[in-house]
Design a protein around this ligand. Structure first.
Ligand SMILES: CC(=O)N[C@H]1[C@@H](OP(=O)(O)OP(=O)(O)OC[C@H]2O[C@@H](n3ccc(=O)[nH]c3=O)[C@H](O)[C@@H]2O)O[C@H](CO)[C@@H](O)[C@@H]1O
Ligand SMILES: C=C(OP(=O)(O)O)C(=O)O
Length: 417
């Protein structure tokens, strides 16, 4: 089993280039099922999660040409010869469930396993299913599977009880080929939704309002192939911004859309970190006192839950008491036990964590319990006294392209062994 081993104490310095967004590329690959023409995605990150979704498509008979060295993939869903994505692939990654909307709409039928919960919460899919049923699909649940069928989906008004990212994406993808107009109200507003809509519009869909809480989709008869470049990963960018802050270093984060990380930038500034936005770049300079702050995770444009663990690592060494409240997922504090092993003083009180800053953390053997928890432990390791060994790093590989190599370039003493 691979591990990441870090000798703490080095300040990070230099430039780092952010990869394309995992949470954008996954629905965009799924959306490529909506056309029989070829789609080309450029500069994509070959992360573990991307391999999984590509395997799902391949298992359905979709033609793929993958150019690893160019970060390019050609997807040809001219033929889809199965409406049953395999259980083994769907259970590996929740985002596999995003093929439901496109397959249902294209084939009029799907049998897909319920994705189940994961380390950060139970993560039901009731909102996805409610949306499909409002578009006219007949849905049956049984033996761990969802079976759905329809002749042609019909446009409808869909109100989401919560602005779920996945439900917005799945319903949006189902609605583009439906008969008539669909309106998604209380839709998620994340930049990844905007990227998906702009991909679909390039394919010939008629979507307006993506990025607001009301998305309107005028159904079309068919979509065509296109070429697309996915937006930069705002969570990867935020993670390296925190890396600069926690080590008191100076880092220029390149290939980032500053507006997408504004909630992170604002919190870092409140903490006392210098952050300067330029076009497609952000300069982060730490070094002073880390002030305590309170954080509440919220759907976009609020503070992202996917940055909660990394900020907890940073606030572990703040000069005072901070409170982080997690409102999006009910069980996203698994990193607390591990940070405590490194000397952090954190108490959980319901959905909040109270973090009393300590002067220093100490290296320890710790375990990544999920993707962002893993990132937080690496960040903590960068400033801990002595050696930190992070195990179960397959979680980190799901969402960070070469995290070790990128941190080494910034001067961290870090290795994968
Ligand atoms: C691949 C991807 O893009 N993953 C992101 C996506 O996950 P994902 O799309 O799974 O997250 P959602 O926005 O759907 O989930 C938010 C909350 O809504 C609940 N919910 C969701 C759907 C549903 O049918 N019923 C329901 O109750 C979930 O349990 C959770 O508590 O958005 C999350 C919230 O920003 C991010 O942390 C994930 O990184
Ligand atoms: C929770 C995450 O991803 P997923 O929804 O794929 O589990 C994440 O990216 O932090």
């Amino acid at each position: 089993m691979s591990k990441i081993v870090i000798q703490g104490g080095n300040r990070l310095n230099g430039r780092i280039k952010i990869s394309a967004a995992k949470n954008s590329v996954l629905p965009i690959i799924a959306a490529s099922l909506l056309t029989s023409e070829e789609c080309v995605l450029e500069d994509i990150p070959f992360l573990e999660d991307v391999n999984v979704i590509l395997n799902v498509l391949e298992s359905l008979g979709v033609g793929l040409s993958i150019y690893n060295n160019k970060g390019k993939v050609r997807i040809n869903a001219g033929e889809i010869n199965s409406f049953e994505p395999s259980y083994d692939l769907v259970r590996k990654m929740r985002a596999s469930f995003l093929v439901m909307g496109p397959i249902l709409s294209r084939l009029g039928r799907i049998k897909i396993s319920l994705p189940g919960g994961c380390n950060i919460g139970s993560r039901p899919i009731d909102l996805h299913l409610k949306g499909f049923s409002q578009l006219g699909a007949e849905i049956n649940l049984g033996h761990g599977y969802v079976e759905a069928s329809c002749k042609r989906l019909k446009g409808a008004k869909v109100y989401l009880d919560f602005p779920s990212v996945g439900a917005t994406e799945n319903i949006l993808m189902a609605a583009v080929l439906a008969d008539g107009e669909t309106i998604i109200e209380n839709a998620a507003e994340e930049p990844e939704i905007v990227d998906l809509a702009s991909y679909l519009n390039k394919m010939g869909a008629q979507i307006s309002g993506a990025g607001t809480d009301t998305i309107k989709i005028q159904g079309v008869k068919e979509l065509k192939g296109t070429v697309h470049q996915v937006i930069p990963d705002r969570i990867e960018a935020g993670t390296y911004m925190v890396a600069a802050a926690i080590t008191g270093g100076e880092v220029i984060v390149e290939n980032v859309i500053p507006e997408h990380v504004r909630a992170v930038t604002a919190k870092l500034q409140e903490i006392g970190i210098h952050v300067k936005e330029e076009q497609n770049k952000i300069k982060v300079k730490g070094g002073g006192i880390i002030k305590p702050v309170d954080i509440k995770t919220m759907p976009y444009p609020g503070f992202p839950t996917d940055m909660q663990a990394q900020f907890m690592a940073l606030l572990s060494i703040a000069d005072g008491v901070s409170i982080i409240t997690e409102t999006v997922f009910e069980n996203r504090f698994m990193h607390v036990t591990e940070l405590k092993r490194m000397g952090a003083n954190i108490k959980i009180d319901g959905r909040s964590a109270v973090i009393e800053g300590v002067e220093k953390l100490s290296g320890a053997e710790v375990k990544a319990t999920d993707l962002r928890a893993g990132a937080a432990l690496v960040l903590a390791g960068l400033i801990s006294e002595g050696t930190t060994e992070v195990s179960e790093i397959y979680h980190i590989d799901r969402g960070y392209v070469d995290m070790v190599g990128k941190l080494q370039k910034l001067g961290a003493d870090i290795q994968r062994v």
